[in-house]
Each structure stands twice: as C-alpha cells, then as structure tokens.
Ligand binder design. Structure first.
Ligand code: AMP
Length: 170
C-alpha cells in the first residue's frame, strides 16, 4: 500500500508558509497503520534495542507501538512541566517556533541502547535535543526513526545518530 496517499498536506498550518504533514488519514487506516509501524520497527529488529524513546506529541502516537514490535519499554520525552519526577531539560529551535523538552533523569541508564521515535523530521532540532537528553542519561542512541523525513530541510545533518524514515520527501 502506498502510504504517501494517506499523508495530507495542510498549507499554512500552524503558521503561514508551513506545509503541515497531517498523518491522521494514515492513522485511521488499519492496514496502513500496521504497515507504517512495521516499517518503522523493521530496521531495528534484533539490534539489541532496550528502550524506545518517543517525543511528545505525535511521537507518542507511534513510539509505543514500535516498542511493542521490538519487545522494548517506552520512555516519554515531554514538553516542560509535564513529567512528575526529577527531569533533565533541553531547549531547541523548531521549523515553526521554539520549545523545550524533558526526560525523567532515572528513565535510562548506561545499560540502555535506545531508538528515538518521532513522526516528522523537519529541521532536526527536536531530535537533536532528544538525543542530548538520552545521552545525558548515559544511554547509547542506536538510531532515530521517523515516519516522515522532510529531506529538503536537511534535518538529518543535525541528528548525531543513524536516521531512518518510512517516507522521504525530497
Ligand atoms: P524539527 O525540530 O524542525 O525537526 O521539527 C520536528 C517536530 O515538529 C516534529 O515533532 C514534528 O511533529 C513537527 N513538525 C515540524 N514540521 C512539520 C511539518 N511540516 N508537518 C508536520 N509536523 C511537523
């Protein structure tokens, strides 16, 4: 099945000039959803991944399913002030704004090999910050998995780990 037909381009959302990749048509299609999750997990089967880190918000939709496929746990990276326990924070620039993310400081250790998951790779700032949080906990980042890579923005250059994406837009 061609998953591209289930990604909807929404011009000028959430700001003028941004073409937002809306993944909800794909999420609502049972076979497409299964195909997307399997394709995200497949390169990492048998690679010794111990935890899948998902980035709020849309990374949360995909990462737990990828974790189940890999037989791993799921660790949330959240927007500031959402995590209840002691946390580490990183600030970063977005394609459309500025933000910060946090992780529980005891959620990962040097024994962990981590796959970090998000829906879209744009400028790479979000994933760069997430990887800094993971390595700051002492864990090793095996890779960064996306449903969509907006490769024309060159975000992979900022990601200090091997990048995989199910759909690449050039
Ligand atoms: P960036 O840090 O620039 O790589 O932005 C990645 C984050 O912003 C991801 O969590 C995406 O969900 C979101 N994002 C950025 N650009 C888009 C876009 N054009 N369509 C959908 N989501 C986007």
């Amino acid at each position: 099945m061609d998953l591209r037909t289930l990604i909807r381009d929404v011009p000028d959302f959430p700001k003028p000039g941004i073409i937002f990749k809306d993944i909800t048509p794909l999420l609502g299609h049972p076979q497409a959803l299964a195909q997307a999750i399997n394709a995200m997990a497949e390169p990492y089967l048998g690679k010794g991944i111990t935890q899948v880190v998902g980035i709020e918000s849309r990374g949360f939709i995909l990462a737990p399913s990828v974790a189940l496929r890999l037989g791993c746990g799921f660790v949330p990276v959240r927007k500031p002030g959402k995590l209840p326990w002691k946390s580490k924070r990183r600030s970063y620039g977005l394609e459309y704004g500025k933000d910060a993310i946090e992780i529980h400081e005891d959620s990962l250790s040097e024994r962990d090999t981590v796959l970090v998951v998000d829906d879209v790779l744009a400028t790479g700032g979000t994933m760069e910050a997430a990887i800094e949080l993971v390595t700051g906990c002492g864990a090793k980042v095996f890779g960064a998995a996306f449903l969509i890579d907006l490769a024309f923005l060159g975000g992979a250059k900022r990601v200090l780990a091997p990048v995989s994406a199910v759909l690449t837009y050039r």
